[in-house]
Ligand binder design. Structure first.
Ligand code: NAD
Length: 356
């Protein structure tokens, strides 16, 4: 018999090709009049076009979002928001830009309106992250959850196919781990399965033709669902390993998720049979872990940690960190599991298919 807690989180989602046209209306609905547009240096042209569209409702552009939200970048952005009298942070971009918007919200209380252009899913979560002196701190705070999210698949057409696949696998990772979360609930299970299904259907089509708007729409729909799962339930071994590999070894975020996911799922397979059934169904695959591995590999994504910058001598260090303060996981992660974790990472390092 089921028992669960479901905690709905207040955010407004406007979805559809061309939905950027509703931006001004959405800014108004937030009762904002001066939006500070945030972006990475690479996405400045898009931010400029958006600021132009907003006219007097744009306070300015802050084009310095970078990976992992350095604390001094966040502090400078807060200062800029104050100087310009901004009353809203408009984050246009991927997880790094949304992360900067969240840091501003955390420190100043300004509402965030997010316009995501990748599949990372940060826009649907109350999770913030910030890096200071090489250490990434994370936390949950309802103030950082974007109040409004405009999902316009047209803005994702420019995301290169390779990045689209790794970003999509990053999204799938949130849903896959959400399916065996300790605090899961039936609504999240439905969203997670549908999110994986949508992305697994879309990614090969995007690889074939990055301009396929219908596939882009399906992928962004999947990213929304998977991001919602991340925002609502706890994550497990896979996310712990990725945070360690990203934080300690500075490996690239989406690629790490892509490589590790099949192996983490394989590690947990026997301990989470219902989650595996849903993943298999969503992927239309006989095996959840192998299905994920093939989804990455056949779409040209990396499948080996050694190909994305990890040295084999770092495997033991990562195992040690992973077994200290582990996240809850359906199959125990403790010092006795070191051997199995080492094997998991060895396979992931080599790019071997996941083993049970
Ligand atoms: P990203 O935001 O760092 O973007 C990667 C690169 O892609 C950047 O150079 C960016 O300018 C470019 N880009 C983004 N969209 C583009 C587009 N449509 N066309 C062309 N180029 C585009 O990458 P990401 O994977 O979206 O985000 C990763 C970060 O987000 C990590 O720091 C991760 O920790 C964080 N994250 C946080 C959460 C959360 O809930 N807090 C969730 C997921 C990810």
């Amino acid at each position: 018999m089921r028992s669960f807690v479901y905690n709905g989180q207040p955010s407004r989602v406007v979805f559809g090709a061309g939905s950027l046209q509703y931006l001004e209306r959405e800014v108004q609905l937030l009762q904002a009049n001066r939006a500070l547009v945030l972006c990475t240096p690479e996405q400045q042209p898009l931010a400029e076009a958006i600021a132009k569209r907003l006219g007097t409702k744009a306070a300015g552009i802050y084009p310095r979002a970078v990976m992992h939200v350095p604390a001094d970048t966040a502090a400078a952005a807060v200062d800029e928001a104050r100087r310009l009298g901004a009353d809203c942070a408009l984050a246009v971009g991927g997880g790094s830009t949304t992360g900067l918007g969240k840091a501003i919200a955390l420190q100043s209380g300004l509402p965030v309106l997010a316009v995501p252009t990748t599949y990372a899913g940060s826009e649907m979560t109350p999770i913030w992250g910030m890096t200071e002196s090489g250490l990434k701190k994370t936390g949950r705070d309802p103030r950082v959850l974007p109040r409004t999210v405009i999902y316009d698949p047209e803005l994702t057409i420019s995301l290169p196919a390779g990045l689209s696949v790794t970003s999509g696998m990053n999204a799938i990772a949130h849903a896959a781990e959400g399916l065996y979360a300790q605090d899961s609930n039936p609504v999240m299970d439905l969203m997670a399965e549908e999110g994986i299904r949508a992305l697994a259907d879309a990614l090969p089509k995007i690889t074939d033709d990055p301009n396929d708007l219908s596939a882009r729409s399906n992928a962004l729909y999947g990213a929304w669902l998977c991001g919602t799962v991340l925002g609502n339930v706890g994550m497990a071994l896979h996310h712990k390993l990725c945070h360690t590999l990203g934080g300690t070894l500075n490996l690239p975020h989406a690629e790490v998720h892509t490589v590790v996911l099949p192996h983490a799922i394989s590690y947990n397979a026997a301990a989470a049979p219902e989650a595996m059934q849903r993943i298999k169904r969503a992927l239309q695959s006989e095996d959840a872990a192998l299905g994920l591995y093939l989804l990455a590999k056949t779409n040209g994504a990396p499948v080996a940690l050694r190909d994305i910058g990890m040295k084999s001598e770092d495997i033991d260090r990562v195992v040690q960190i992973a077994v200290q303060n582990p996240y809850w996981n359906p199959r125990p992660v403790n010092p006795e599991a070191s051997g199995a974790l080492r094997e998991l990472l060895q396979r992931a390092w080599e790019g071997a298919p996941p083993g049970h």
